[in-house]
Design a protein around this ligand. Structure first.
Ligand code: HEC
Length: 213
């Protein structure tokens, strides 16, 4: 009996000490002692801070496997006419160019490239500016380089497609357009036999130092 009461008294003393450790009398704002404080106060971590995730690559960075930057400026159309398609494109790539054209350009220029897509519809559509006829007429003799240039910078009433289509995609579209312009007369021989894109053969555009696009 006596032993039990000793244990009870001891227990009361210990719990009293613990309680007072938690709540130190007059200063209620003091948290007292913590057992393993590293688990109590987690370390702040900002997932989306600038340091961790939103740093942009250094200017001039070229992604592995990506074509080198295009250095001509918007006004350099004469030079753009001379730029060669850096890709060796096969039939499948022209098909891909066609697919992309019908998605990104066909709404205005029409899947027949005649400048009469559903957004224009002989002037009755919601887009008021007449898209250029790419199938025949003066624009039908544009080189692939010039077509790439127009997609990169846009032209008057037409915006740039550089943010929607990467360089490889723009070259594929240019090759597709060129292959069907003037009823296909622009390309004398069938496309090169290479089955798919060979980006390792990519060459740099004429060296004019300017912002990459
Ligand atoms: C929103 C409608 C619209 C879309 C989409 C569009 N274009 Fe155009 N495009 C135009 C208009 C309008 C013009 C005529 C611009 C002018 O003369 O003001 C034009 C002109 C052009 C020209 C002739 C430029 C010149 O030098 O005269 C080319 C080439 C061309 N577009 C290619 C494309 C390609 C390739 C795409 C797809 C990546 C595309 N366009 C998507 C509306 C569009």
């Amino acid at each position: 009996m006596k032993r039990t009461s000793n244990i009870l008294i001891a227990a009361a003393l210990v719990s009293g000490a613990l309680v007072s450790a938690c709540n130190r009398g007059e200063n209620n704002r003091n948290p007292g002692r913590h057992y393993m404080p590293d688990m109590f106060e987690s370390r702040a971590y900002e997932f989306y801070s600038e340091r961790v995730s939103t740093l942009k690559p250094v200017e001039g960075t070229v992604k592995r496997g990506e074509l080198l930057p295009y250095h001509l400026k918007a006004a350099d159309t004469a030079q753009a006419n001379l730029v060669k398609n850096p890709l060796i494109l096969g039939k499948a790539d022209l098909e891909e160019g066609k697919r992309l054209f019908n998605i990104y350009c066909g709404v205005c220029h029409g899947t027949k490239l005649d400048g009469n897509g559903p957004l224009y519809k002989d002037g009755t559509g919601p887009f008021v500016a007449a898209p250029a006829n790419l199938a025949s007429g003066p624009k039908a003799s544009y080189t692939e380089g010039r077509l790439f240039h127009v997609m990169t910078y846009g032209y008057l009433n037409m915006g740039s497609y550089a943010s929607q289509l990467d360089r490889e995609q723009r070259w594929k579209i240019a090759a597709y357009i060129h292959s069907v312009q003037n009823g296909g007369a622009n390309v004398a021989a069938p496309a090169a036999p290479a089955a798919s894109t060979d980006t390792t053969k990519a060459t740099a555009a004429p060296v004019v130092v300017a912002q990459a696009k």
